[in-house]
Design a binder for this molecule. Structure first.
Ligand code: NAG
Ligand code: NAG
Ligand code: NAG
Ligand code: NAG
Length: 797
């Protein structure tokens, strides 16, 4: 039915819980209704940003909902019947006597707005996303803002006793496993529900404001915070906010138990500033859901028998241990089941032969213990579990052994855990890495023996022999060619010099020049036009061919999203060139020290990226790589402005003393760690030092050394930062950076981490692993000492 409006478009004061705002609206008069059909009938707000009506969901049913109507995703922010979707033909009616009723396809009433007996005169969909029933005195008799589902919007307030209940999964809107609740005692908590019931069960985050918390406010500028009755802010839930002018905002307790604040650009022009046209999260609570759940009951963030590792956007990544598969691949949070028959307890020790243990580092199920042994060896622990039919997993860590039984709960994988999980798996489950190859072999064997046992003529055997000879010869040949074009088994392409000459159009477009190489843009015509960066190494780098192969091999084996990938190389005569993927958005120096300041949020993301990339180079890739030249020029930004470390793995190509001199020449006081000049061994900690300086530059958006500044105390950022930190005035570093000032706690934390990184004594500097954990909030940051308190024999450098 077409929707008939009495078209008043006039501003009216509507009383709202936290503020009185003037909203223009169109009246939806009594007697109107909407029917759930396939043509999306809805009542839009005057600006068209929100709409109220029926929206079709996954299974063909409809929700009576409110959604963002201007964006292609039509993101739902509220619904009346989340647990009871209706079919086509259902309708919602604003009856003549002022009731808002949802009837299903059979005309049965399944929901109504409760106006406590008072009679509304009209309804209206407001431009802020609130749907109201009001009378002509402008009293707000019912509104959707007071009945939130899982989402809140700017201008919305949560009073004591309200809660947001997460949906079950991304596409299933029914009430799920987590709740965000402002208790009547004033404590704001994130808890699991006792699913399928929606009361809270066990809480994993709390504002600790019992007695003082009064309401949660999502204000018009997009800030979300808990305030006391006297209007003091108690807990800031989302301190980093792009403007509500340019972005749509929503905060939602998601199906994974994380409360996220999202923004969506209102104009495509924001894409150039690095904002994709989609919902991007700007803050998270808690930071690591995998580690945060500490309840004894329940399956944790990923369900029983699974384990959780933190993925992008602080999303839990649920995985099954070896030998287990998802109960329901479409709902991975339901957990995992064993794929094999468990150990038979009658003959456990015999049966032990049928099982083996698969080790997984840094994995634990902290709450399924039934046995704990101290001062034992790993071998002991392995045998103890293998010979015990109850044992599904043993955890071995620092000489201690824990036995775990099924169902395993609260599994997690995190580099802070340490030790390893030894997971019991039956031998013949299809896990053995070479089982498929064995099968092929036996198949071949059967065919050959069949041939031999049947009455085969000699001719045929001769033929077979000839065929095999050719086959082997040919095989040997291809193998030889492959050996030449790959480095130690890595799939790196070997280019000829003329190929690269052609790709770069005779080295026409120079895109960068460093101390030991020049970089050109190129196009691989034969590889469907892939754009590449070709790095031509200078003579100093060309000496040791074997070294080059080893290093290129090590670089080629790296694979991490925060590194620039090596595609191939050329090693022909005097020519030494490396071919990398082309990274589109230039380097960090340009981004950071250019005309407009990138947002604090983006800078934080970049810091995370660099830290993760370095952590990978230092500890996670097969050959440890020390970068030795971390600086903004060597950090590139890809199309989503994620940090990509470039030029890693090349340091060793310079001979040891060349490295020192070369670096000394290249290094500005900034990024080069003091031990370079002291003939101390160069370790991964030199990169930590450079990262520290870079982190300060990221925080403050200025170069470490700025001779131009008026106050000479501010000339060297590293010194000035420590002075400010010591004096408790980190804010001085953030001149005019409103966004960062709003997030001053994190700024201070980042400064502290940077100060730890630039300690003169390398042994005081944290590892990149620790740095990553500190940045992500997984471990506390302690008070750093003065970076130069160590010695000063070279202090005057
Ligand atoms: C209804 O909405 C869907 C999804 O938003 C859209 O693809 C479709 O074209 C709409 N139909 C009408 C008639 O507007
Ligand atoms: C959503 O999840 C609930 C809880 O598991 C289930 O009962 C319901 O059938 C699901 N709905 C859809 C549309 O899949
Ligand atoms: C406001 O209330 C909070 C918590 O009840 C209290 O800590 C704070 O001191 C109060 N502030 C003022 C200015 O009264
Ligand atoms: C929102 O809250 C922040 C922090 O309290 C405040 O600075 C800002 O002015 C508020 N905005 C509005 C529109 O009230």
């Amino acid at each position: 039915m077409a929707f008939r409006l009495i078209c008043f478009l006039f501003p009216l004061l509507l009383t709202q819980p936290c503020s009185t705002t003037v909203q223009s609206y169109q009246i939806i008069s009594l007697g109107l209704s909407l029917t759930a059909l396939d043509d999306n009938t809805s009542w839009p707000s005057p600006s068209g940003e929100f709409a109220f009506g029926f929206q079709k969901i996954e299974n063909g049913c409809f929700l009576l909902a409110i959604w963002f109507d201007r964006i292609p995703e039509k993101t739902i922010v509220w619904s009346a019947n989340r647990n009871n979707p209706v079919k086509r033909g259902s309708n919602v009616m604003l009856t003549e006597d002022g009731r808002l009723v949802l009837n299903d396809q059979n005309g049965k009433s399944i929901w109504r707005a409760d106006t406590a007996g008072r009679r509304p005169a009209f309804a209206a969909m407001l431009d802020n996303g609130n749907f109201v029933l009001a009378n002509y005195d402008s009293d707000n008799l019912w509104d959707s803002f007071s009945q939130p589902t899982d989402t809140i919007l700017p201008a919305q307030t949560l009073i004591q006793g309200s809660k947001l209940i997460a949906r079950y999964s991304t596409k299933n809107y029914s009430t799920g496993r987590f709740v965000f609740t402002l208790k009547s005692d004033g404590n704001l908590e994130l808890c699991t529900t006792a699913f399928p019931f929606d009361y809270d069960d066990s809480c994993y985050w709390s504002s600790k404001t019992g007695g003082s918390g009064f309401r949660v406010i999502f204000n018009q500028s997009g800030e979300i915070y808990l305030e006391a009755k006297n209007k003091t802010m108690l807990t800031n839930l989302s301190p980093i906010v792009p403007s509500t002018q340019d972005f749509y905002h929503k905060a939602i307790l998601e199906y994974d138990g994380v409360f996220r604040h999202y923004v969506y650009p209102k104009h495509p022009s924001l894409r150039d500033a690095g904002w994709p046209m989609k919902w991007s999260p700007v803050s998270f609570l808690p930071l690591n859901i995998c580690l945060q759940l500490t309840e004894n009951e329940g399956g944790g963030a990923c369900g029983f028998n699974s384990y959780c590792s933190l993925g992008d956007n602080h999303r839990p990544n649920c995985k099954c241990p070896p030998g287990y598969t998802f109960l329901d691949p479409d709902d991975v949070m339901k957990g995992c089941k064993q794929e094999f028959v468990s150990q038979n307890c009658e003959e456990a020790s015999q049966a032990a032969d049928l099982f083996h243990l698969e080790a997984k580092e840094n994995t634990d199920w902290p709450f399924s213990d039934y046995g704990h042994f101290k001062t034992v060896s790993e071998d002991w622990c392995r045998n103890a579990c293998l010979n015990d039919c109850f044992c599904a997993v043993a955890i071995f860590r620092n000489g201690e052994c824990w036995k775990k039984r099924i169902p395993l709960s609260n599994g997690r994988f995190d580099s802070s855990i340490g030790g390893k999980a030894l997971i019991k798996v039956r031998d013949n489950s299809n896990l053995k890495p070479d089982s498929s190859r064995n099968n092929n072999h036996s198949a071949l064997f059967i065919i050959v023996s069949l041939l031999l046992s049947s009455s085969v003529s000699l001719n045929f055997l001769l033929l077979l022999g000839a065929f095999l000879a050719v086959f082997c010869f040919g095989y040997g040949k291809t193998k030889k060619i492959q050996l030449e074009t790959t480095v130690q088994g890595i799939n790196l392409r070997s280019f000829t010099y003329s190929e690269l000459e052609k790709a770069t159009n005779k080295f026409k477009e120079e895109i960068g020049r460093g101390a030991f190489a020049t970089v050109y843009k190129g196009l691989l015509a034969f590889d469907s036009g892939t754009v590449v960066a070709v790095k031509n190494l200078d003579t100093m780098m060309r000496e040791n061919e074997k070294e080059l192969k080893t290093e290129v091999g090590a670089i080629g084996r790296t694979n991490h999203k925060n590194l620039v990938h090596l595609i191939g190389f050329c090693n022909e005569g005097e020519h030494r060139l490396l071919v990398y993927e082309f990274i589109s958005n230039g380097n960090l120096a340009k981004f950071l020290f250019g005309n407009s300041r990138p947002s604090w949020y983006k800078r934080m993301q970049i810091a995370f990226g660099i830290a993760r990339g370095l952590f990978y180079l230092h500890e996670e890739c097969s050959t440890q790589i020390i970068h030795c030249d971390i600086k903004p020029q060597n950090i590139l930004l890809d199309d989503s402005f994620s940090a990509r470390i470039s030029d890693f793995g090349l340091a060793k190509l310079l001979k040891a003393d060349q490295t020192r001199t070369a670096t000394a020449i290249r290094g500005t006081k900034g990024y080069v760690a003091p031990e370079w000049f002291k003939n101390l061994p160069v370790t991964v900690k030199v990169d930590v030092y450079s990262f520290g300086i870079l982190l300060l530059e990221l925080i403050c958006c200025r170069k470490n050394f700025e001779p131009e500044v008026k106050d000479e105390n501010e000339m060297v950022l590293a010194d000035w930062s420590y002075d400010c930190y010591k004096a408790g005035e980190v804010n001085l570093l953030m001149q005019n950076d409103e966004e960062a000032m709003q997030d001053i706690k994190n700024v201070e934390k980042f400064v502290m981490i940077a100060i730890w990184c630039i300690q003169e004594d390398p042994s005081l500097r944290p590892t990149m692993k620790k740095v990553t954990q500190m940045l992500e909030g997984a471990v506390e940051v302690s008070v750093p000492p003065n970076p130069s308190s160590y010695i000063s024999s070279i202090g005057s450098f």
